[in-house]
Design a binder for this molecule. Sequence first.
Ligand code: PLP
Length: 425
Amino acid sequence: MINLETMLSDNAKNMKKSAIRELLKLVARPDIISFAGGLPAPDTFPVDDLRAAANVVFDKHAAKALQYGTTEGDTDLKAEVIKFEARQGVSIKDDNLLIVSGSQQALDMIPKLFLNPGDYVIAGRPTYLGALNAIQSYQGKVLGIPFTAELDGFDMNALEQSYAQLVKGGGKAKYIYVIPDFQNPAGLCWSLEKRKALLQFAYKNGLFILEDSPYREIRFLGEPIPSIYQLDQQGENRGVVINLKTFSKILAPGTRTGWIMAHADVINKLVVAKQAMDLCTNVFAQKWLAEYLKTGKIYDQIKKTCANYREKRNFMVEMLDKYMPKRADVRWTKPEGGLFLWIILPSFISTDDLLIKAIEQEKVAFVAGSGFYFDDPERNAMRINFSYSGKDQIEEGIKRLARVIAKEIQEHESGKGGQNQPLGV
Ligand SMILES: Cc1ncc(COP(=O)(O)O)c(C=O)c1O
């Protein structure tokens, strides 16, 4: 075999295995309660309705569904997506829309389009690691902006200061990556004021905003806040926001279908980028989704999913209140939507280390917070998912998690604890 390392491109050398993908393998082990993945609850999948829609495709559109399609996306699906968005007050035309193989494909296309090696993306600390990995694979860099439960969005002062410093040092940023609705990992939602302020910042500095919204419709408490894409549309309409949506969380991730909304010029460039990747998104899936959307059942489906997750989120918060060590430095977010909550532990605990102990000693898994930082990670937090597990598993899993955390605190306080060392997992 040829020495692979000598042959790899610089881009390939920058690619990182997804820690989350690796951890998802743990879900398969029956003895482990895993809060690690970001999986929707399988009992929310509308199997009968999706089967009926697939039958319509075979009965009526087989020749088209089994053929190559256009890169831009299937016309029927695009028409349905335009209606779906219009119901939420987002008005787009056909040329503002590109159907993709899940938002993850879009997260790879955008840095491919915009980044030269060494260019910057502005993103939260923490943020979705799938976006970070894609940026890294194109040799991009990330200007990290603090993002905490108390901040309801970026710390705008930190953003202004860090950006000014970057520019002064000759750095070039191209876009700002944000997940304003129930961010992955922390489950936090940006306030209207912060959304508006970010848009003004992007206008002022000539930057695009990449608004990633997989959880936008999965709001189970409170009132929706306009997306940044909408705010631009309703205001100066400068076309600087690129908005990513997906069927993964509102319907089923196995559809592997999402959509990008953006200015027609940006869509045109993205179409070229996508052509080289996969020619077009799975045509059968697109026809299938179009038939399903035509039934209008998606709106009830989303309501049911939200009700399901509201109950699980409330139950998980209840269990955390009941079992977790009662200390000011052990706290968690209480998201109004999405799939995750974020637990912050005392600064002397490294969740990289704790994860190994949690799996070995208590057979419970989570995602260590460090994976959600491009550089200089904070290590005392973890992401846990509440959508996938049943209530019994949630109670048992939180009990186990609380035990391993309590033990870690106790060992530290009795002087036996190790230092906050990265494990390199
Ligand atoms: C913030 C965020 N963006 C994008 C994705 C990828 O979504 P998709 O399944 O549409 O590729 C995920 C998946 O969990 C996510 O959490």
